[in-house]
Design a protein around this ligand. Structure first.
Ligand SMILES: Cc1cc2nc3c(=O)[nH]c(=O)nc-3n(C[C@H](O)[C@H](O)[C@H](O)COP(=O)(O)OP(=O)(O)OC[C@H]3O[C@@H](n4cnc5c(N)ncnc54)[C@H](O)[C@@H]3O)c2cc1C
Length: 508
């Protein structure tokens, strides 16, 4: 047996990992090994949705279910969506038990914001800091007190599996040496694919090579063609570049304008911009830019000037960053456009969040199939919490039926910076071009042929990370080629319509 072993290993320390670990601790499972590079997208979360009994709009979990299925273009896995919307209150209560506080109105009810894709305002927030940061601070402090010490700066480079069963993981130690850690249960909570695309809203620890790690271990993957583009990311001034303008700003009364100062979204959404699905916003921005009505940096304007100062200041991370960089949104238009963001694909899971590999679970952005072809805003965070919670409960139910694997694996990892520098930037740029908002069959096929040729090159085997990046891009291209229709975030110029024939998930 290897040097280290645990009852449960969690890969990642973002929201899904936090929720899973918190619930496991509550259920009395204490031997949890957490291995994570950093904090992923979690510190940047502004909005998280829960349907609370006290909501004043008559909102229900049934309406939430309908919204998710509709926003996902009817291909989200209905059982997983039903489980998520049925457990909305349980997710909220888990965070409350661990000390998380949400912003309130003067009458002590929770402040609810109306974000993209939802019928009603149901998005909770913090008005002092980003809610993701509030959750992270509170929960990590509690973990510390309970003796759970995650190993940070630890990158998982491989899953150890044999005969369809998980056995453990390989992580890099502080000197980049591979080390095996064993456990009969492993939770992949390693987030999405942001940095497969060069520029993205995601921090650098989300490299996207994890898709290849899962595939190599034998996991089935799903919905890899559905990459979400955040529609209103700040394009200028340079100091605020990459900061998402919350879609909740449209719910607060903000307008999108083209270079002719026309509210172009109203042409397709006469009821107003608030609550508009992200795909619709992306599509319409793309059309305006293509028609020559774009702004100097290739986006559009968001007009927030008529919104009360107090409301703008209740989004302090966004408002302060603009002001700090010399742009006052109360007086000036803000230039925004789409940027690669979160991922709706990933490891295919069952209702326990278990993959086809026994003992390998996947939660949060690491798993796919739930959001379908487009995700409601604020739902990545809710899904991270609820999937973590449900996965922990499933693990508790089966913990006595699993045992530590007997097999010892040789740790393997090849590292060659020169090979990485030679190939990885080119692969990323091919991915960014082919897997943009609008896709084309010929470009996708050429991109896949190019990346597959690199994968065949013996030389790149000298660097595991390069191989994994190439493999992950190739898998996403394969999924995008297969889906010969336009649905949600996957828009094919050569197949502009939705096709009933494709109303199903593709697994890879
Ligand atoms: C700027 C920005 C704003 C966002 N705003 C919102 C929002 O308002 N509402 C919302 O719902 N969603 C939002 N999202 C999306 C949201 O942040 C993610 O979907 C969410 O954090 C997913 O949680 P997670 O735990 O699955 O993954 P993450 O939070 O991304 O965490 C992944 C974890 O895995 C670790 N990791 C990755 N690879 C490895 C590896 N190989 N080995 C070890 N560890 C690894 C990371 O370091 C990190 O700890 C936003 C994202 C960004 C970038």
């Amino acid at each position: 047996m290897g040097e280290k072993e645990h009852e449960v290993i969690i890969i990642g320390m973002g929201l899904a990992a936090l929720a899973a670990a918190a619930r496991l601790l509550e259920l009395g499972i204490r031997d949890i090994g957490i291995y994570a590079k950093s904090w992923g997208g979690t510190p940047f979360i502004a909005a998280i949705n829960f349907v609370l009994p006290e909501n004043p709009y008559g909102d229900t979990s049934e309406q939430y279910f309908k919204d998710m299925i509709a926003a996902g273009y009817r291909i989200g896995n209905k059982e997983l969506v039903r489980d998520m919307t049925d457990h909305t209150l349980a997710g909220y209560e888990l965070l409350r038990r661990w000390g998380v506080k949400f912003a309130e109105n003067a009458n002590r009810t929770k402040k609810l914001r109306h974000v993209s894709g939802h019928t009603f305002p149901r998005s909770l927030c913090s008005t002092e800091d980003l809610i993701g940061l509030e959750i992270l601070k509170k929960m990590t402090k509690e973990f510390e007190q309970k003796g759970l010490h995650p190993r940070m700066n630890a990158e998982c480079v491989s899953l150890l599996a044999e005969d369809g069963k998980i056995c453990g993981i390989t992580v890099l130690d502080s000197e980049n040496r591979p080390e095996n850690i064993y456990a009969p249960i492993v939770i992949a909570a390693w987030g999405g694919v942001g940095n497969l695309f060069g520029t993205s809203t995601y921090p650098p620890d989300i490299q996207g090579n994890t898709l290849a790690i899962a595939k190599k271990a034998g996991a089935t993957l799903v919905d890899l063609e559905f990459l979400e583009y955040e529609p209103m990311v700040v394009m200028d001034p340079p100091g605020a570049l990459g900061e998402p303008c919350p879609t909740a700003m449209l719910g607060e009364g903000g307008h999108l304008l083209n270079s002719k100062e026309e509210r172009f979204l109203l042409r397709v959404r006469p009821q107003g911009e608030g609550g508009a699905p992200k795909t619709l916003i992306n599509k319409q921005i793309w059309k305006e830019v293509a028609a020559g009505n774009g702004t100097p940096h290739g986006g559009v304007w968001v007009d927030l000037r008529h919104i009360d100062q107090e409301i703008l200041e209740a989004y302090p991370w966004f408002y302060n960053r603009l002001v700090k960089n010399g742009l006052d949104p109360k007086k000036q238009l803000v230039e925004v456009g789409p940027m690669a963001h979160s991922f709706s694909g990933g490891i295919l899971v069952d209702r326990d969040y278990q993959s086809n590999i026994k003992g390998l679970f996947a939660v949060g952005e690491a798993c796919g199939g739930l959001h379908g072809a487009c995700r409601c805003a604020g739902n990545a965070a809710s899904q991270a919490v609820i999937s973590g919670l449900l996965c922990a409960e499933a693990i508790d139910r089966q913990k006595n039926k699993v045992s530590l694997p007997g097999k010892v694996f040789s740790p393997f990892y090849a590292s060659n910076q020169q090979i990485f520098d030679q190939y990885a930037p080119g692969i990323r740029s091919v991915a960014a071009k082919a897997l943009g908002i609008y896709r084309d069959g010929t470009i996708l096929s050429n991109a896949k042929a190019h990346v597959d040729a690199i994968l065949q090159n013996e030389e790149i085997q000298k660097d595991t990370r390069t191989v994994q990046i190439a493999m992950a891009v190739s898998l996403m291209l394969e999924a995008a080629i297969k889906r010969k229709e336009s649905r949600g975030t996957h828009m094919r110029l050569d197949f502009p319509e939705e096709s009933p024939e494709f109303e199903r998930e593709f697994t890879i």
